[in-house]
Design a protein around this ligand. Structure first.
Ligand SMILES: NC(=O)c1ccc[n+]([C@@H]2O[C@H](COP(=O)([O-])OP(=O)(O)OC[C@H]3O[C@@H](n4cnc5c(N)ncnc54)[C@H](O)[C@@H]3O)[C@@H](O)[C@H]2O)c1
Length: 251
């Protein structure tokens, strides 16, 4: 069930074939208004136009989730334009499929700052409004890599950042348990998007073979799980994570 006039903020929703854009469009079709934040402003604007053609309100804004001032500006501007933020989807993320011995401290810090620090900063910025409204949903896109290690999905730094997102979300869920705010994660397996553009064909084929369903997931299959956790009816679910991985990891 979708309550009227719920507003969703999706970070990292500017990418053409990305999970964030699919979430924005899926949620718009479900009747939500959508704020799209991305470092790629043109991509964000394009997603916002697509949301508008679906008959929902949209607002596109450039933001760097690693920068606290940029995040604050983004959240203030979004609330000014759309009135409130009911649901946050932390989707902005980067990966780098390299081995630990090839990982520099700079590589490590970059992955951590987007995937983990970004999730912290945006969640912290929207939380006061959610608490005041006694309603909120924070849904973060972690990864199968955060549970079972990366392999071809990304390096150890990527796995560590996504495991961090799971731990952060459980802790925040406990903190918010009496505030009407639920905090959950989605753990996708391999999804056919541009995030993996560094992977060779050989690695890509080997990856498909390793998935029990023998195919990558679609962006809509991830969006569908997000929409479920965002719904009013999912209000008793918090500190949980949903695997969307074609059977490649079960826990
Ligand atoms: N594609 C997969 O196989 C897969 C699997 C598991 C998890 N994920 C996760 O899903 C999320 C989306 O991935 P995707 O495959 O759609 O990737 P993508 O590269 O298509 O999209 C990522 C988006 O994040 C934005 N972004 C990057 N750094 C940012 C920053 N500092 N501030 C704001 N925006 C920033 C990019 O501009 C881009 O639009 C990521 O968190 C990723 O780790 C993806």
């Amino acid at each position: 069930m979708t309550e009227k006039n719920r507003v969703v903020l999706v970070t990292g929703a500017g990418s053409k074939r990305g999970i964030g854009r699919a979430i924005a469009l899926y949620m718009a079709k479900e009747g939500y208004d959508i704020i799209i934040a991305d470092m790629d402003f043109n991509g964000a604007k394009e997603t916002a136009e697509m949301v508008s053609t679906l008959g929902r309100k949209s607002f596109a804004i450039e933001a760097n989730v690693t920068d606290e001032a940029s995040v604050k500006y983004m959240v203030d501007a979004a609330v000014k334009s759309m009135g409130k933020i009911d649901i946050l989807v932390n989707c902005a993320g980067i990966t780098q499929p390299i081995k630990v011995l090839d990982t520099t401290l700079e590589d490590w810090n970059k992955i951590m700052s987007v995937n983990l620090t970004g999730t912290f900063l945006v969640s912290k910025a929207v939380l006061p409004g959610m608490k005041a409204n006694k309603f909120g949903r924070i849904i973060s896109i972690s990864s199968v890599s955060g549970k079972r290690g990366g392999g071809v999905y990304g390096g150890a730094h990527y796995s560590a950042s996504k495991a961090g997102v799971l731990g952060f979300s459980k802790a925040l869920a406990r903190e918010c348990v009496l505030d009407g705010v639920t905090v959950n994660c989605i753990c996708p397996g391999l999804v056919a998007t541009d995030i993996r553009k560094g992977l060779s064909d050989e690695i890509e084929k080997a990856t498909w073979k390793a998935i029990p369903m023998e195919r990558p997931g679609t962006t809509d299959e991830v969006a569908c799980a997000v929409a479920f956790l965002a719904s009013e009816d999912a209000g008793y679910i918090t500190g949980e994570d949903i695997d969307v991985n074609g059977g490649s990891h079960m826990d």
